[in-house]
Every structure is written in C-alpha cells, then in structure tokens.
Design a protein around this ligand. Structure first.
Ligand code: SF4
Length: 555
C-alpha cells in the first residue's frame, strides 16, 4: 500500500475551472459539504474496526449516524429501506424514517470472476445471514439483503477466507473494476486485462491515498468491448497498435445519472504492464482536481467536460506520469454489445455457457447449486456479467448439454427469450431507500408477459431489445443506454390518481449506437400499463424496421 500523498498545488486558472469548486489541487481544502467533512473527520476505512469492536456488540441502536449513513459504504454496507413505505414518500421522509435495521451488502467481485469455492461461500453466506437473497448487479457484484450488523465479523471472516472482500464496494472510492466475463478464454479477445485488474486491486483497493475521492470512481478494463466502457470514469479497452501490438485505448469521464456523458478517448495506447500506473494517474487527477464543493458536480465527467480530453491528457502526463504517453488508434466499434449468453467456443477447445436469470435475481441456494453443477462438469470458474447474467467457463463439449439442463432446472436459461435476455433492473423499492417504484418484481412480470404475448414474433427479433428499469432518477440500471429505458417516478393515471410509473427513454445504446435514449416530453407510462406498452413498441419495431435496422436506428 502506498502512503497518502499531499496533492501538489497546481497553477491557478488552469483550463476552464470555475470559481472554487473544492479542487484540492487549487488550494480549496476546506470541506464544503457534510460528506467532505465526514471524510476529513475520519478516514472511512477506519469504520471496519468500529463495526467489529463496537457495533457488532451494541447492535443497530449503537451505531453513530455518521458511520451508518456515510462511512459504512466503504465496506459495501447500506441501510436498506424500511418495508411498507411507498415511493411517493421517499423524498419527504428523514433518513432515519427510511432506514431499516438491516443492511444491503455488496461483495466486490473485480472482473466478475469467482472460483466455484468462492461461489459456494457467497451462496452459503446468503443462506445463513441474508435470508437466501442474492442479486447479480450490473457491476458484476453480488448484493445481499437482510444483513445484521452483528453478523458482519463472521461474514467478513468467511469471505476473506476465500479471498473475497467488501472493501470499497461503495463510497467515494475506487469501486469494483469491471472486466470481460470471458477474459483469457475468448477466441477474439485482443488482450487479457486480468493482470491489470489484479494489480490495481492488490495495490490500490484499501489504499488511504485513494479512499477519499470527490465521489465514486468506476473503472472498466477489457480486451473486448463488452463492459459498457463508454460510461465509466476510466476505461481501458483492448486495441491493436500497428507498431506496438495489443494494448489498451484509454477513455475518461463517462457516466450516467443526471447529465449523462459518453467517455472521451485520450488518444493513447497503453501496454498491459503500464495500465496500473496510468490508472493511478487518472484517479489522482480526479482526487486532486475533482469538484468537491457540490456532490452533484463531483463526478469526473464534469471535470472532463470542462477541460476536454487534450487538457486532461496533458495534466496526466506532465503532473502525474512525468512522461508522454504513446499515441494510439481507436478500438473497433462492435455492432452489438455482447452479453455472453448461450454456448460459445473458447480458444482452448472448451466452451463457456452463459445463462440468464431475470434481471440478476438469483438466491444463495441457486449460487451454491451453480457451483456444484460447474464442478460436476469439471469447471471451477464462474463469471458474472455487466448485464446481470452468469457464465460457467471451461466446459468440455460432451458436458455442455447436461450443464444446460441443470442450469435450466435452476431457472437459468441458456437459450432465453430476447426479453429475458434484454431486461435489466436495479434494486428498486423493495430495498433501496432512494427508490420511488418497484423494479425487480416488475421485471419478472414484464418478461413473463412478453414471453407469452410476443411468442408469435420472437423469431423475428434477431437481437435482444434491451429494456432497463430504474427505481428512481439515478441510473443504476443504465437506462439511458437501453433501447427502452424506464426511469421510475410517480405518474398520473387515466383516472387522475398518483401511481407508480416510468418516464420512457427510447433508442439509447452502446457500441455503434453509443448515445443516450431520447426522453420524449410527456412520454410516461404507468407501471400497470408497462407490459402492454413494451409489447406495442416492439411490435411496431418489428413491423416497420428496415433490413438489418437496429432499434436505436429505427427510433
Ligand atoms: Fe436505488 Fe435509484 Fe439506484 Fe434503483 S436507480 S438502485 S432505486 S438509487
């Protein structure tokens, strides 16, 4: 671990920086909002010792509110929503009125990669401490619910016993690193980013130097364009340099939620063994120059928007890396994002088998059973995907059919309908304190309804139509980059009642269609009408599209 550094003082007036936005590097060190004060008052990583030594014994009632609603996040812990509070009251209640005494807990799984031994422990912990809950998040994490603070020491002991952690799974810190679910095995992979992911997590997760960032920091590293790299704070995307060979193209400043932005290319080529150094440079720029005054301007995208890619690269090179980077080409743009569902050949002659739960909802028991099924066919590697799916690697051809049948019996289809394949959903009102509407159960209803009502045109849908469902204006399910993005809010139904519903965004995408869906004014749908609405849109698409036309083009 490196020691915390005092950010250097940069020349004032750099670029288009506005009046004091809380940039440490420009001398604005005085915390300017409660979150910044909390981080200054105590390194959030210190909260682990208090959980183990104090709160695990006092129980929920003994927890300092500054830890409960702030520093706990650095260990993946959020209070979950008290049951029975409807979405219309979310914005009107005080935090303590929304808090339940149970927690959501995220286990960070960098690159989405687990061994079957780790998967078994993840599943058994859920059975013991989380009422058998487990959701695959679209950041390749596993999220539990119903965790008691008293159980955290035992949970950490078991996770860490198999090399897993919850450290910096949330908070203003370097969050889980997304990686290709088929890293190291895909036939067409340009380069395997796994060593870089491992080096960054080994050297920098838990490093006090990066434990107090202006806000969250999301990273993706992949030799294939399969990790939504366009919407990350920093992304390293596999590319072949005409002289230097395989390496990575660097993107910075992507992000969703309010004021979404597609990341900008720095125009550099970075070899595998320099990725960690460049990553540390980029996150240092963010730490030192990021806007800390207002939380809603603190993500890296605002700095990149003001500076532009050229200025960002110049600061990175001159102040942090102390050397120029090599210029590099852009990566190829894939026509469609890959979700790795189905059966696909690996480059070693084996196969990988991708399966689709509905919107990432599984259970501890299911994960234990998946681990057993994988081991039975001689595999000990499973990966989670950024589309809330899971993939079993290293399956011999003779074992594929048996594994597929076993996964199907667990509700994990390897040849799913386009609807099951294309639907994602965030946590929603069941557990999330910010939510306005229900999401996971709605996703399940939507999939079942579309499978029934659209059976006649399923074969005409040659690529999944992505439907992403969010429980509030945040974008945990990446609604702006979906064909049909649904932002949860209270809407007025035909009878004038205030009911759960969605603002619709149409035609977003990644890859060739990288861009944000159009939010049509007044284009809202009640939750009850949702299946019928999606059915109508898909039928129109299938009837009207031109040959090879994709949804985003058609819209
Ligand atoms: Fe919660 Fe909103 Fe994120 Fe959904 S999008 S998990 S409701 S914060």
């Amino acid at each position: 671990m490196s020691t915390p550094t005092t950010p250097r003082r940069a020349s004032a007036g750099r670029g288009n920086t506005r009046r004091g936005e809380g940039q440490w590097a420009l001398g604005y060190r005085e915390p300017l909002n409660p979150n910044e004060r909390s981080k200054r008052d105590d390194n959030p990583l210190n909260v682990r010792a208090r959980i183990e030594n104090i709160y695990a014994h006092t129980g929920f009632a003994g927890i300092d509110p500054a830890d409960l609603r702030g520093r706990f996040r650095w260990y993946g812990l959020y209070t979950q929503r008290r049951p029975g509070i409807d979405g219309g009251r979310t914005a009107t209640l005080e935090p303590e009125e929304l808090d339940d005494e149970y927690f959501m807990l995220r286990v960070r799984i960098d690159g989405g990669a687990v061994s079957t031994e780790q998967l078994t422990v993840i599943g058994e912990l859920s059975q013991t401490y989380a009422r058998d809950t487990a959701d695959i998040t679209d950041r390749q994490n596993i999220q539990y619910h119903w965790i008691r603070i008293e159980d955290m020491p035992a949970v950490w002991a078991r996770l860490e016993g198999v090399g897993l952690t919850t450290m910096e799974a949330c908070g203003d810190s370097p969050r889980v690193i997304l990686g290709s679910p088929v890293a190291g095995i895909a036939e067409d992979e340009i380069i395997d980013g796994t060593p870089a992911i491992e080096e960054i997590t080994r050297r920098f997760v838990g490093d006090p130097a990066f434990a107090n960032l202006p806000r969250k920091f999301k990273t993706a590293i992949s030799g294939l364009p399969d990790v939504a790299h366009e919407v990350h704070d920093v992304a390293f995307v596999g590319v072949r340099h005409p002289e230097h060979g395989p390496g990575f193209d660097v993107w910075v400043g992507g992000g969703l939620s309010t004021n979404p932005m597609i990341g900008q290319r720095l125009g550099t080529w970075v070899p595998l063994d320099e990725v960690a150094e460049v990553w540390a440079g980029v996150i240092s720029v963010f730490r030192d120059y990021g806007y800390r005054r207002l939380r809603n301007r603190a993500r890296l995208k605002y700095l990149v928007k003001d500076w532009g890619a050229a200025r960002f690269r110049e600061v990175l090179e001159t102040e942090y890396l102390k050397r120029p980077l090599i210029d590099g080409p852009a990566p190829e743009v894939p026509e469609l994002p890959r979700d790795h569902v189905g059966v696909h050949p690996q480059r070693d002659g084996n196969f990988y088998v991708g399966a689709a739960p509905v919107a990432g909802r599984v259970s501890g028991s299911t994960l234990v059973a998946v681990a057993k099924a994988a081991e039975r066919v001689g595999s000990n590697r499973v990966r989670f995907t950024p589309q809330q799916k899971l993939v079993v690697l290293d399956v011999a051809e003779a074992e594929v059919a048996g594994l597929r049948a076993e996964l199907a019996a667990l509700g994990l289809q390897t040849d799913p309908s386009p609807w099951r394949r294309g639907v994602m959903a965030c946590t929603g009102i069941e557990f999330c304190k910010l939510a306005i509407v229900e999401t996971k159960a709605r996703a399940a209803t939507l999939v079942a309804t579309l499978e029934e009502r659209l059976a006649d045109i399923t074969s005409a849908v040659t690529a999944p139509v992505s439907v992403h469902i969010n429980g509030c204006p945040n974008s945990c399910a990446r609604i702006q980059t979906a064909d049909i993005g649904l932002k949860g809010q209270i809407v007025t139904d035909e009878d004038g009642r205030q009911v759960e519903g969605f603002q619709v965004h149409l035609g977003g995408g990644l890859g060739l269609d990288a861009g944000f869906g159009r939010k049509l004014r007044g284009h809202k749908v009640t939750a009850e009408e949702l299946p019928a609405y999606v059915e109508r849109v898909v039928r129109h698409f299938v009837a009207q599209r031109g040959p090879q036309e994709r949804f985003a083009q058609w819209v």
